[in-house]
Design a protein around this ligand. Structure first.
Ligand code: ATP
Ligand code: MG
Length: 391
């Protein structure tokens, strides 16, 4: 984070407090500052109402006005300024039905998830620490605020957030909090899978990933998401960061199928998961050839090789894969020195063109023929004659 961000943030606090309101830095920024690590953004809490915040600053956007959030821009940097809230009735184990605004800081801090995330810091640098978050930070503990069972029941996503913070900060989950996570792990099934996917994607990118895998195993997440049970079992003893596509492919291999109605991945992600899973079959049963390499992207091939070699006792073929792709004669049919138009006059049925190109691709890849127009024309003619005779 740039120093100027903190400076601008303080300008916002000053403007609010000069006008008679309360305003604090809250959440991750205060936590990360105490840890001496960088934050990506700065959140501000205030007892000014959203309309009052909008009136006070020149450049704002009503990014989450219903939930009290106005984004204030200073020199193109956005700061989320959120009115103290009391969350009402939770529905679907996620998201409060509605929020009430409050004028009292404590109301806003008590609705937060973990003690380390419920610190507030004023413009003078004084930290308000109602739930002993500093002590928990010093002891590297993630502790739910108030009754952990109640808090995970309100919002099951907090279970995944705890895992994410453990993997990010190398913290332990406090005992009662961990029990509650395990006790309510089934509620993860009630969350929209988009939210689960998004949070898992964040979790998998964390540096202390082993902690996160172990927590997933400890709370039996594999029983809730059967599709992930093998992946969690295999990963829990490793320090290996895998992509979310690898994570799911590892869960699927060798015989499960992805229910893409339930798991609302993007089309690309579904394709990648299924391709990695498919390449695992190929790599585990066939000798790697240029034709196989041509049919898959190098990244997905390496992703599949990673999983097989780490978790299924297959030889690591990374060097071979890299070499194969480096020396691949063509990467696409477009790289052929011959085109369909060159071949069309040779055949008596247009659909033969595709067949001939397919054969040419293979022969170029296996170096039976050079990728030169003259050589390709000659070979195409030979194949065309055979096909024409058969037709
Ligand atoms: P990061 O460094 O990943 O941004 P963060 O703590 O800032 O971590 P955010 O998701 O940005 O996390 O949320 C900001 C703050 O809002 C949190 O610190 C926490 O106080 C509160 N918060 C966010 N999500 C929840 C939730 N699901 N339940 C309760 N409080 C939450
Ligand atoms: Mg944040």
């Amino acid at each position: 984070m740039m120093k100027s961000m903190v400076k601008y943030g303080k300008q916002i606090l000053k403007k609010l407090t000069d006008s008679g309101y309360e305003a604090y830095f809250v959440g991750g920024f205060v936590r990360d500052e105490l840890l001496g690590s960088a934050s990506s953004d700065i959140d501000i809490a205030t007892n000014a109402l959203p309309n009052e915040v909008e009136d006070m600053f020149d450049n704002t956007a009503a990014t989450g006005k219903k939930y009290g959030t106005i984004t204030v821009f200073i020199e193109k940097h956005g700061f989320e300024v959120t009115t103290y809230r009391i969350d009402q009735e939770y529905t679907n184990f996620r998201q409060p039905e509605s929020v009430n605004f409050s004028r009292i800081l404590k109301d806003d801090l008590i609705r937060r998830d973990f003690t380390m995330n419920a610190l507030a810091k004023d413009i003078n640098g004084d930290v308000i620490d109602i739930f002993h978050g500093k002590e928990d930070i010093n002891n590297k503990l993630i502790r739910a605020i108030d009754d952990p069972y109640k808090r995970f029941n309100e919002d099951a996503l907090r279970i995944l957030r705890a895992i994410r913070f453990a993997g990010k900060l190398n913290f332990k989950v406090e005992e009662k909090t961990l029990k509650a996570m395990e006790g309510h792990v089934h509620l993860l099934n009630e969350l929209p899978t988009e939210r689960v996917i998004k949070e898992l994607d964040l979790i998998l990118k964390q540096p202390h990933i082993k902690k996160a895998y172990q927590l997933m195993a400890d709370i039996n997440m594999g029983e809730v998401f059967d599709i992930l049970s093998q992946a969690i079992l295999k990963l829990k003893t490793t320090n290996l960061n895998v992509s979310i596509e690898q994570f799911f492919a590892l869960g699927l291999y060798p015989e499960k199928t992805l229910n893409s109605e339930k798991w609302r991945f993007s089309k690309n992600q579904i394709g990648d998961i299924e391709t990695i899973r498919g390449i695992m079959d190929v790599l585990s049963s066939q000798r790697l050839t240029p034709v196989i390499a041509y049919n898959y992207s190098k990244d997905l091939m390496l992703a599949a090789n990673d999983l097989l070699s780490h978790f299924f006792k297959y030889d690591n073929q990374e060097d071979k894969i890299i070499n194969l792709y480096r020396h691949l004669k063509i990467n696409s049919f477009k790289d052929l020195e011959i085109t369909g138009n060159d071949i069309l006059p040779m055949v008596n049925k247009p659909k033969s063109v595709g067949k001939i190109i397919e054969t040419l691709i293979e022969d170029v890849l296996t170096e039976k023929v050079e990728n030169k127009l003259e050589a390709l024309l000659k070979l195409a003619n030979e194949i065309a004659e055979e096909l024409n005779e058969r037709n």
